[in-house]
Design a protein around this ligand. Structure first.
Ligand SMILES: Nc1ncnc2c1ncn2[C@@H]1O[C@H](COP(=O)(O)OP(=O)(O)O)[C@@H](O)[C@H]1O
Ligand SMILES: [Mg+2]
Length: 465
């Protein structure tokens, strides 16, 4: 019934819905059916019990009446029993029938036992000497006749019991299927109505393609499961839409940034080829090299960024000595000899993570600090019980408070820092933040008396793995 949920062309859209509908309806019919069977059995038992009681009361009453008549002296002459009234018999203690209803004439005692002073006797006669085969219920009471003990027997037919049970059964056989039909039909309608919004939602979602992520499924009022399902779906569509927009923006920004070095390369080489004689090929080669270097850096950063959010191979995760990464990058700055690097706050710390990504974090922060500082770059590294914290501070102009969040955005650069040769295209801090987040940590800019102070906090073992 279920399982055919793929978007294949031949798929019947209502297939799985009617599957649930059918199953719930069958379940309802089953439950109602079990209830009806139990109720029917109880009704039949009650009817049987009641009607049997009636027959027994009638027989007992008839016997008592006859005993009373015997007490007045004469031997009573029992009349014709008639249709459904009990028959009577008076038997002495030797088993001789003294008197009986006309129906019993010529037959022996109804019951083999005699009634005595202590107790009466009773039994169901399955093969009674009278009637057309229906069982009788007989009772015997003790009495006296002419100073002799006698037994007075009375028997009533149990035929009304069988007839009554039969009639009740016939009525139930009509009523129960009708009730089942009504119950099943109601369940079918109710389940169908309850599932209708699900089908509407499914149809809407099926129609949404990646170019129409602004569409939403119909929201239902209320807090029931379907209302929540619709809201959850819409929230998911919202996130998909935002992710799609970010993706498009990123691709367009990246293409834009790739275009300018390519345009420069193209222009330089075209001019050179058009005027080969007047071209200093050495200078051109240097320019081409500078632009390809920019391209190379840009592509490396783009690749790094695309890797931070994606699920990755856990084998790339290892123990990384952050202090060693800092020492390596600081050595490069010292080699250039333009600014001083203060490593007095550095202690040896080790985290679990991806060495390549963590190295890019250290390098980007130190690059920025080197570029913006006046004289000195201070790097410290410390660990506490929660994780490690890397701080890179400089004594340059700092980052204005309104930009402290935005500098971490992709392709964002503070105006004035846009002159082509100072640094990259605004991806450095985006990489820092993304890597920190992918390792279960975060990055931010703290207040400082002078310059900028970048903090990166990482847990010892990133939960991202
Ligand atoms: N240490 C710093 N001091 C002042 N401004 C900084 C510092 N580091 C980064 N910034 C600002 O943040 C912006 C984004 O930095 P980043 O993402 O590394 O891009 P890029 O280095 O390519 O400009 C930079 O353009 C710069 O204006
Ligand atoms: Mg940078």
């Amino acid at each position: 019934m279920t399982g055919r949920t793929g978007g294949r062309p031949g798929w019947r859209p209502r297939g799985w819905l009617s599957g649930i509908r059918l199953r719930l309806t069958l379940l309802a019919v089953l439950v109602v059916g079990i209830g009806l069977v139990i109720a029917s059995v109880l009704v039949l038992l009650l009817v049987r019990h009641d009607l049997t009681g009636n027959a027994q009361t009638a027989a007992r009453q008839r016997a008592r009446d006859t005993v009373a008549e015997l007490g007045s002296g004469a031997l009573p002459r029992p009349p014709d029993a008639g249709e459904d009234s009990p028959v009577v018999q008076i038997v002495d203690r030797h088993g001789n029938v003294l008197a009986s209803s006309p129906e019993l004439r010529g037959h022996g005692p109804l019951l083999p036992q005699r009634a005595t002073d202590q107790h009466s006797v009773s039994a169901t006669l399955h093969k009674p000497p009278i009637g057309d085969g229906a069982a009788y219920w007989a009772v015997g009471l003790p009495a006296d006749h002419a100073g002799q003990p006698v037994s007075v027997y009375a028997a009533a037919s149990l035929e009304p019991v069988d007839e009554g049970v039969q009639a009740a059964l016939s009525a139930l056989l009509i009523a129960c299927p009708a009730l089942l039909l009504v119950g099943g039909g109601t369940a079918w309608l109710l389940v169908g109505r309850a599932l209708r919004p699900v089908e509407a939602m499914r149809r809407q979602v099926a129609e949404i393609t990646s170019s129409e992520l602004d569409r939403r499924v119909p929201e239902l009022p209320g807090t029931d499961e379907l209302g929540r399902l619709a809201r959850t779906m819409n929230a998911m569509l919202e996130r998909l839409q935002q992710a799609g927009e970010r993706q498009r923006q990123f691709v367009s920004d990246a293409s834009h940034e790739l275009r300018s070095p390519l345009a420069a390369l193209k222009a330089r080489t075209e001019v050179g080829l058009a005027h080969p004689a007047g071209t200093d090929w050495h200078v051109l080669a240097r320019d081409v090299h500078r632009e390809t270097d920019r391209l190379d850096r840009l592509v490396t950063e783009l690749l790094l960024l695309s890797g931070t959010g994606a699920p990755q191979d856990p084998r790339e995760v290892s123990e990384v000595d952050l202090d060693e990464l800092v020492l390596l990058e600081a050595a490069a700055i010292r080699a250039r000899g333009e600014v001083e690097v203060d490593l007095s706050g550095l202690s040896a710390v080790r985290v679990r993570g991806r060495a390549g990504q963590l190295r890019a974090v250290v390098r980007n922060l130190l690059d920025n600090a080197e570029r913006h500082t006046d004289s000195v770059v201070r790097v410290s590294l410390a660990a506490d019980e929660n994780g490690v914290e890397l701080v890179v501070a400089d004594d340059g102009p700092g980052v204005a408070s309104e930009y402290r969040e935005r500098v971490f955005d992709r392709f964002f650069r503070v105006q004035g820092a846009r002159d082509r040769d100072s640094g990259g295209v605004g991806l450095g801090l985006a990489i820092v933040r993304d890597v920190a987040a992918a390792h279960g940590g975060r990055a931010w800019i703290a207040d400082s008396p002078k310059g900028a102070e970048f903090h990166v906090r990482l847990p010892f073992s990133g939960q991202a793995y």
